[in-house]
Design a binder for this molecule. Structure first.
Ligand code: IMP
Ligand code: MG
Length: 205
């Protein structure tokens, strides 16, 4: 058996590069609690109606799956897949890879997003969806990295305001991985994540 490190060293994050790489933490319980509140709010706001939740693949599917179960209404879901162009994929120029499977004319549409960062992607999507004449159109995002906002976004339903850290888990990925973490963690230093990936994510798997 390996000898345990001295207690004070184990507790000092400065001595632990894996711990040091992690900033913000939203536990599975934090997320569950907040998603339940959002679902209750949507249930009240859309009483007597049957909203259509439009989810943007792939990051928002875990959020969508929990959100629909927190809404006590006859909701329906549909999906879009997009790809972003430009420097870092952040130009706001979006190509639709998979479109909705049916018309949204006269529907009460809620666009479900994992995270709003610059706001460019959701701004493009809102313009695109609005042109199809839904009866109403709102945005529900789990995370709002508002300090990075370039364009103001009408965000009706928001899970958490988060600092300017790259986040992974609960659907959010880094190079396609970590979507299956139960919680969400902010990565201060993406290199530490690559070097110590297993230790960093182990508590959240
Ligand atoms: P925006 O157009 O800058 O608002 O970008 C939004 C999209 O960028 C999100 O839907 C995510 O796919 C991705 N994104 C932004 N920030 C993060 C992050 O911290 N982790 C993972 N993906 C992110
Ligand atoms: Mg996304």
């Amino acid at each position: 058996m390996e000898e345990a490190p001295p207690a004070d060293q184990a507790r000092d994050p400065a001595q632990d590069p894996a711990q040091n790489a992690v900033g913000l933490v939203l536990s599975a319980d934090d997320i569950r609690e907040r998603v339940a509140e959002l679902g209750a709010q949507i249930t009240r706001d859309y009483a007597g109606r049957s909203p259509l939740l439009v989810s943007v693949l792939k990051g928002s599917v875990l959020f969508l799956a929990d959100l629909v179960r927190a809404i006590d209404l006859p909701v329906r879901v549909d999906f879009m897949a997009i790809s972003s162009y430009g420097p870092g994929g952040r130009s706001g120029v979006v190509r639709i890879l998979k479109d909705l499977s049916s018309s949204i004319e006269n529907e009460d549409v809620i666009l479900v997003e994992d995270i709003i960062d610059t706001g460019l992607t959701v701004t493009y999507l809102l313009a695109n969806l609005r042109s199809r004449q839904p009866r109403s159109l709102e945005v529900c995002a789990l995370l709002d990295k508002s300090v990075r906002r370039i364009i103001e976004v009408p965000l009706k339903y928001k899970g958490f305001d988060i600092p300017d850290e790259f986040v992974i888990g609960y659907g959010l990925d880094y190079q396609g991985r970590y979507r299956n973490l139960r919680g969400i963690i902010g990565v201060r230093d993406i290199e530490s994540l690559s070097e110590h990936a297993e230790e960093v994510v182990a508590p959240y798997v």
